[in-house]
Design a protein around this ligand. Sequence first.
Ligand code: ADP
Ligand code: ASP
Ligand code: MG
Length: 465
Amino acid sequence: MLVMKFGGTSVGSAAAIAQTVDILATYSRQEQVVGIVSAMSGVTNALLAKAEAAAAGDSEGVDAARATLLAPHRTAAVELLPNGDRRRETEATLGALADDVARMLYSVYVLRELSPRARDRIVSFGERMSSVLVAAVLNERGTPAQAVPADRLIVTDSVFDGASPLLEQTRARTNATLEPIFAAGLLPVVTGFFGADERGITTTLGRGGSDYSASILGNALDAREIWIWTDVDGVMTADPRIVPEAYTLPAVSYAEATEMAYFGAKVIHPKTMHPAMERNIPIWIKNTFNPTAPGTCISTETSNGRVAKAIASISGLAAITVEGRGQLGVSDVTARIFSAIGRSGVNVFMISQASSQHSVTFVVQDSQAELAAAALRAEFATDLARELVLSIETNRDLAIIAVVGEGMRGTPGVAGQVFGTMGNEGINIIAIAQGSSELNISFVISGADVRRAVAALHRGFALAR
Ligand code: ADP
Ligand code: ASP
Ligand code: MG
């Protein structure tokens, strides 16, 4: 059994879908394959934008939504489904899905309210539509297939926009649902990105979550391997958009891939490794548009003999520093900061503490900085009034750079090399963290320095070919 996931660009146009269908058809002749698809590229963003606009009272956007949503699917259908009956049937199914979206958007518009639950339901429709289209093209080209919405397979908790799978229930549900589909000789084309909670309410796994869907299903089905088809040859030594010399790594460990993904390597969702690792299933990253390239294998395998393997970065961050007087006690302040931030739902990327200054700095997404600062001002209102807390400051337009590699563990001098490289470049370091697992050193710099920092580290660790 192979689980194969195709990302947004791999289903983003008629030509890409043709390529995806070709890959699925080829491998499904050799063994049982489960396909998983993302929404066509741009569609998830469009759905989110429509939903936000509807809540803000944009009636024109709501009226136009059905046509906007159908357009890319229809263009691909016209090109790929020459058989008139199948095309009409597929267009009718797509039209019914778009009608559902239009009705939901209208409700949001009337109520002027977009709950997390409604948002998750609405954004799930990109995948519902792409799966119908891909299954139709498979059928058209001689591979019997069926679209399967993942709310029939993946059971999650009820955390919208970041749900976690309940793996035992998912295993039972997935096997029960797919059994008759396999028995009928059909290739299931499952929607990525979402599942449903125990009440059947649609929940999404977070942006970029279709990779996670693939690994959840790989786990549930005890797949031999999980293949993530995307638009680059594999996991690279750096983001190729930042470092043109970056090259594809033949192998990385689950832990390295997780660290890279967490620190911004978009090629794989950070949660993907866990369900696969639990069953020791290798994950391959492969290029839909260059399918004969070997790709990257993510598994327990580790060293390539190098100290650092890759450089990752996340931009668009802000650092919030709380500085207090000695009387307040740093540990007490720290506890209160993170319980307040925890309640606010803001995600913290990195924490650094300087006890002598009684200050704690932590890094969040720029878009969440105001929410975080407001939560802190409320938590420390009385202390601010009594001047026990001196300041809550936000420093914007920052980035985190992470140097990742299992070879760093126990190797002295890596931190020296990292910071020496930054010193030579004249790049100021705002905060530093090293995980105790020692496979990652990360630090905060100004957003303006990201390209220079990543390029210099890539050269410094001789990661270029
Ligand atoms: P998909 O739609 O297939 O899920 P994504 O856009 O989510 O694809 O992820 C693939 C992109 O990740 C690549 O096009 C590349 O620009 C970006 N990327 C960032 N860092 C890396 C890296 N270290 N290795 C490979 N790709 C990376
Ligand atoms: N379509 C979803 C997104 O854009 C999930 C994915 O592509 O992985 O976030
Ligand atoms: Mg992705």
